[in-house]
Design a protein around this ligand. Structure first.
Ligand code: NAD
Length: 475
């Protein structure tokens, strides 16, 4: 697979105003220089999207579906190559990258199936004076902004529904991981997406370029995945033109192990929930609340499993934990652990930066965490698991909910009914019950509180790219 490093605008690969190095965080080496879009190129991308919108929206839904289906097939066929590219620019291990590509491709398949099922409504008004007709139409040119942690899946989770709905898009990927987004643009072009329907710009300086695009009146929709901090800034920016926004923001997931849980299953679930993507996931279990009666057993087993993992280059299949995306990100993780240890936490395994090059951090389990410890208030975004002991279900739920975030919660219990009752009381958009992973393109993904607005995937996802129109008819 040829690594694409130009901008993708109007169906053409074009140069930018400058270039930026893309780093391999495991080796600390530059993979390539990627083209950077300035004001002119970003405006050209919006021009191209605006010009492509009408013809794309007018295509039969079945035709849009078939193009998306071809993109799913191509991405599936080329999964290994795309996964290797993700490993190189992101640092995660190949197995994680491969499952990301499979998951990412599924958004094209799911939304290919949804493209032909956009429903309307036709009925007699209650007063009998008119017909109420409700229909949906594409919202228009959509600006998509994605983070570095899932460079393929976060892009397809937006592009899939946008294209299914009949929208055109400008995708601005994270500066750390632009190559995967460009590879996906290449897949889409080969699948038959017409020029201008999908445009990809690595824009810099980011805040300024995004602000300009959001103030272009032709951009009517913003779909953002990233931190709550940046999401908040973009909500302010979007307010000026009253641009519709979808926000998939940060998380601080609690992982509850109740007294009656199968501890072995809970440890297996904790490993997945904590370590998917090396802990750099918005869904990553961040705070482990374990009942006192099982806390020692859970902590010992979890620490044993974490300590057994091999850390190293994501391209070596012997390794289970890869590199963080940069030494800056690793520094943030290390600082959190050092502060927690300074405040009395006890590292049962891990806890110190590994020697040698690359942004590696060892799997770490921290016991003796006070319920009000600072480390419980922030997204850790690395392979670090702080454990807090609790006494009652009410206490566990209260602690789990004591955060401004509300993306996902995990619950382990031997009693399904008790688990469901707790799931209903947790303030999060998603709850994994006796499971360490839940993401599925067929299910609505999104958060409560400061974890976001709106839902991606499932039956809701396409509606983020549709306007609702009511026609009153005198017939
Ligand atoms: P980030 O917020 O720093 O960046 C996300 C994107 O926004 C990138 O493309 C970045 O270039 C861009 N950006 C940064 N500053 C900007 C500004 N001022 N104006 C416009 N664009 C700007 O996030 P990140 O570090 O790339 O990703 C990690 C964060 O993403 C975590 O908080 C994680 O929880 C969150 N995340 C959420 C989900 C979800 O679905 N809820 C999924 C993945 C990641």
């Amino acid at each position: 697979m040829k690594i694409r490093s130009e901008l993708f605008i109007g169906g053409e690969w074009v140069a930018g105003t400058a270039t930026l190095p893309v780093q391999d965080p495991a080796l600390g080496e530059t993979i390539t220089e990627v083209a950077v879009a300035g004001e002119r190129e970003c405006a050209q991308a919006v021009d191209a999207a605006a010009a492509a919108l009408g013809p794309w929206a007018a295509r039969a839904p079945r035709e849009r579906a078939e193009i998306l289906r071809r993109a799913y097939e191509l991405m599936t066929d080329e999964a290994d190559e795309i996964a290797r590219l993700i490993v190189r620019e992101n640092g995660k291990v190949f197995a994680d990258a491969k499952s990301e590509v499979v998951y990412a491709a599924e958004f094209f398949r799911w939304f290919a199936e949804e493209a032909v099922r956009i429903k309307g409504d036709y009925r007699l008004a209650p007063g009998g004076d008119k017909r109420i007709i409700v229909t949906h139409q594409p919202i228009g040119v959509s600006l998509l902004i994605t983070p570095w942690n899932f460079p393929a899946a976060m892009a397809t989770r937006k592009i899939g529904p946008a294209l299914a709905a009949g929208c055109s898009v400008v995708l601005k990927p994270a500066t750390e991981t632009p190559l995967t987004a460009l590879a996906i643009a290449d897949v889409l072009a080969r699948a038959g997406v017409p020029g201008g329907v999908v445009n990809v710009v690595v824009a810099a300086p980011t805040a300024q370029r995004v602000r300009e695009m959001l103030h272009d009146p032709r951009v009517t929709n913003l779909s953002f995945t990233g931190s709550t901090e940046v999401g908040r800034v973009l909500l302010h920016e979007a307010a000026d033109q009253v641009v519709r926004t979808l926000m998939e923001l940060g998380g601080n997931a609690p992982f509850l192990v109740l007294a009656d849980a199968d501890v072995r299953a809970a440890v297996a679930g904790a490993m997945v929930a904590k370590l998917r993507n090396g802990g750099a996931a918005c869904t990553a279990a961040n705070r482990f609340y374990v009942h006192g009666s099982v806390a020692d057993e859970f902590t010992a087993e979890f620490a044993r499993a974490m300590a057994a993992l091999k850390v190293g280059s994501g391209l070596d299949p012997a390794n289970q934990i890869g590199s963080l995306v940069s030494t800056t990100e690793r520094g943030k993780v290390a600082d959190l652990v050092d502060q927690a240890v300074g405040a009395g936490a006890r590292p049962v395994t891990g806890g110190t930066i590994l020697d040698g090059p690359g942004a590696f951090y060892p799997p770490t389990v921290l016991a003796g965490i006070a319920p009000d410890a600072d480390i419980l208030d922030v997204e850790i975004f690395g392979p670090v698991a702080p454990i807090v002991v609790f006494d009652s279900d009410d206490e566990a739920v209260a602690r789990a909910n004591a955060t401004p975030y509300g993306l996902i919660s995990y619950v382990y219990t031997g009693d399904f009914r008790r688990g469901l009752q707790i799931a209903e009381r947790l303030d999060s958009g998603m709850v994994a019950l006796n499971r360490g992973v839940l993401s599925d393109p067929a299910a609505p993904f999104g958060g409560f509180k400061q974890s976001g607005l709106g839902r991606e995937g499932g039956f809701d996802g396409i509606h983020e790219f549709l306007e609702t129109k009511y026609i009153a008819a005198d017939i």
